[in-house]
Ligand binder design. Structure first.
Ligand code: C5P
Length: 412
């Protein structure tokens, strides 16, 4: 990551005070940081603070002759490898979504060719407001990457989504994995739950939110891969740069996944695929009245095992969500499904697993194990992608004709 040039935009929210720490966290990861502050941001924190932590003069004005004579707005726009705006207020996102360029930071966002990453931070009602959500949809559509917001207690005393993601996690999400680690690779990720229809109004589903799989897809894009995401029903925006196909049931997920996997370099199966599906889904709504109902279930296809059995298989990674005997069950799956790697995580504990922002992962492969630790799903996804890239090093295209023991998972 050494020397990545981050242009940090700070806008006028109370979370601006955390952005001074963000500068440090980015520098810890080897980045060069230049800071641009809006007028609103300067009402919360002084430019002197950011000048002191970044070691560079802070940029504040578009129409400042002295500043333009030095590093002007076009130079700044060209200098940046990434423009990270944290915190990004509702007003700032609205202005960028609509192409306004009425101050230095919004002008830079229009003028730069670098990827834009926004960390929204605002009151939870402002975040949920339809106008903000529409603006987020426009930004995501235009490949602006949104990280967060996180949920929790807010400075205004309310609780809900709208907190800026913590600096250490933001730095990890923006900088994890060298860009180019997966350059030229095609990565397929499955994510979310599957819904198995019982009749036109009822289904069997599960608690998977899709957050981990979406974070893995985003991390793979950040590492330079071409990423295809096959998603079950979830309420998440598509990470920028990801090509997404929405599916509903396990059999539909299987068809799309197998088609994509047959030309992929890496397959990461994060989806919580249903194990059983109704044998004969009813075409009409099943009426009540009978004292007992029987629902016959049949097994679904094991998608990741099918991918691992493909003749020209990609490097195949599964996830094992377990409530007990984590390692034992994960190792059994690694071997039975003939995977190259498995990411094991415990579910059912508070703060880990389904629908939470955080997770704890242990990865296992034939040549050993590595504990990735606890952290945000974005952070862990970055570490997982680094691990995968490490196994792929020096391998043009995985040769499945070789013996298992010579595969990259075995450390060769
Ligand atoms: O067997 P279990 O569901 O615990 O295995 C988990 C791993 O297998 C995950 O990677 C999951 O995405 C994958 N899987 C699958 N198809 C299924 C069931 C699980 O791809 N039908």
């Amino acid at each position: 990551m050494s020397g990545r040039r981050i242009l940090l935009g700070v806008t006028g929210g109370i979370a601006a005070y955390k952005s001074a720490d963000l500068v440090r966290r980015l520098q810890d990861r080897g980045a060069q940081v230049r800071v641009v502050m809006t007028r609103g941001a300067r009402a919360f924190v002084t430019p002197l603070t950011f000048q002191a932590v970044s070691g560079n003069p802070v940029h504040t004005d578009l129409l400042d002759e002295a500043a333009e004579a030095g590093m002007g707005h076009i130079e700044l726009a060209r200098w940046a490898d990434v423009v990270l705006v944290a915190p990004a207020t509702a007003n700032f996102m609205a202005r960028v979504a609509h192409g306004l360029a009425d101050d230095l930071l919004s002008t830079l966002c229009l003028a730069t060719a670098a990827p834009l990453v926004f960390a929204p931070a605002m009151n939870q009602k402002m975040w949920s407001n339809a106008a903000t959500q529409d603006n987020c949809a426009i930004l995501t559509e235009r490949a602006v990457r949104l990280i967060g917001p996180a949920s929790g207690g807010q400075a205004c005393g309310e609780t809900g989504p709208g907190r800026m993601v913590e600096p250490v996690e933001l730095a990890a999400a923006v900088l994890s994995g060298s860009p180019g680690l997966l350059e030229g690779r095609h990565v397929v990720v499955t994510a979310g739950p599957t819904y198995e229809d019982i009749d036109p109004v009822r289904y069997i589903g599960n608690r998977s939110s899709g957050k981990m799989g979406f974070a893995v897809a985003a991390a793979a894009v950040a590492a330079g891969a071409r990423v295809s995401l096959v998603s079950g029903p979830v309420k998440l925006p598509t990470p920028s740069g990801v090509s997404r196909t929405d599916v509903r049931g396990a059999s539909e997920m299987r068809d799309v996944a197998i088609r994509l996997a047959s030309s992929a370099d890496v397959f990461i199966s994060v989806a919580a695929v249903a194990d059983y599906t109704p044998a004969r889904p009813s075409t009409q709504k099943i009426k009540k009245g009978l004292p007992k109902q029987k629902l016959e279930l049949v097994s679904t296809p094991d998608i990741v095992a099918e991918v691992a059995a493909l003749e020209d298989r990609p490097f195949t990674i599964g996830f094992a969500a377990e409530t007990e005997k984590l390692k034992e069950h994960a190792l059994e799956k690694l071997s039975r499904k003939r995977l190259d790697m498995i990411a094991a995580n415990r579910v059912g504990l508070s703060g880990a697993g389904f629908d939470s922002e955080t997770n704890e992962i242990l990865i296992l492969s034939r040549d050993g194990e590595k504990y990735l630790g606890k952290g945000s799903k974005h952070h862990l996804a970055g570490l997982l992608v680094e691990e995968v890239a490490d196994r792929l090093k020096g391998i043009d295209r995985i040769d499945t004709s070789t013996d298992k023991n010579t595969r990259p998972a075995s450390g060769n």
